[in-house]
Design a protein around this ligand. Structure first.
Ligand SMILES: [Zn+2]
Length: 224
């Protein structure tokens, strides 16, 4: 689905992968659950591009639904891969960067216990470590914004030229708007709230989160 010119979200994948088209090639932000590379590559083909046109893959954080498809997507594309130092260390051993402690009613706990053995990803060595303030030559300048809280090394990416924020799971969306990282899957609640406030000040007009719909006219909708 097209968001703005040259920015797309791949439908039907958990979590949302985003595709940016630049003259020198494509960038994918987050790679979905294991085996999601098939849907991502089908979408790339639908844009009239070869798999090898994908030049960069950026991972916001090392949860399985964001990096599960990374190893296979990289193998199919030859893309250069990027993550923060903390998240890259977790991806390198195929695990999340923090322990998930599900809270709330028992059904979720049971589901979690059942799902846990399935929550494995192929360990993968990321090519490049990225950190706060770095601007990548993508979409007119894609700035790395460190947004710890959901996980310790979570990053968001902000394209100021078009006002688009890719926020992974540091902020999630639904029909009602934008919400913070949910309790039970948040590494540090205090840091999560700080990261939400930080992102509210960036001046983003479009928010592309890991879960839920893309939020247009995002100003004033941030969870602060
Ligand atoms: Zn997550």
């Amino acid at each position: 689905m097209k968001i703005i010119d040259n920015v797309f979200v791949v439908p039907g994948v958990v979590a949302n992968p985003y595709i940016i088209v630049d003259p020198d090639g494509l960038t994918v932000i987050d790679a979905g659950l294991p085996r999601s590379q098939k849907k991502i590559l089908a979408y790339v083909a639908g844009l009239g591009k070869q798999a090898q046109a994908v030049k960069r893959i950026i991972i916001t954080h090392a949860d399985l639904d964001h990096f599960g498809g990374l190893a296979a997507l990289q193998a199919a594309t030859g893309a250069r891969t990027y993550a923060s130092k903390i998240e890259a260390a977790a991806i390198a051993i195929g695990k999340s960067s923090r322990e998930i402690k599900p809270t709330g009613f028992s059904f979720r706990r049971v589901l979690f216990a059942v799902m846990r053995p399935l929550m494995k990803a192929t360990p993968f060595q990321v090519d490049e470590i990225i950190s706060e303030g770095q601007t990548l030559p993508i979409l007119g300048g894609l700035r790395v914004v460190e947004t710890p809280g959901h996980t310790p090394g979570h990053i968001s990416l902000f394209a100021s030229s078009v006002g688009v924020l890719f926020c992974g799971d540091s902020i999630v969306s639904d029909e009602k708007g934008l919400h913070g990282s949910r309790p039970g899957i948040t590494w540090d609640e205090t840091k999560a709230r700080e990261s939400e406030r930080k992102q509210a000040t960036l001046g983003a007009s479009i928010v592309c989160s890991g879960h839920g719909p893309v939020v247009m006219d995002a100003k004033g909708k941030f969870p602060i």
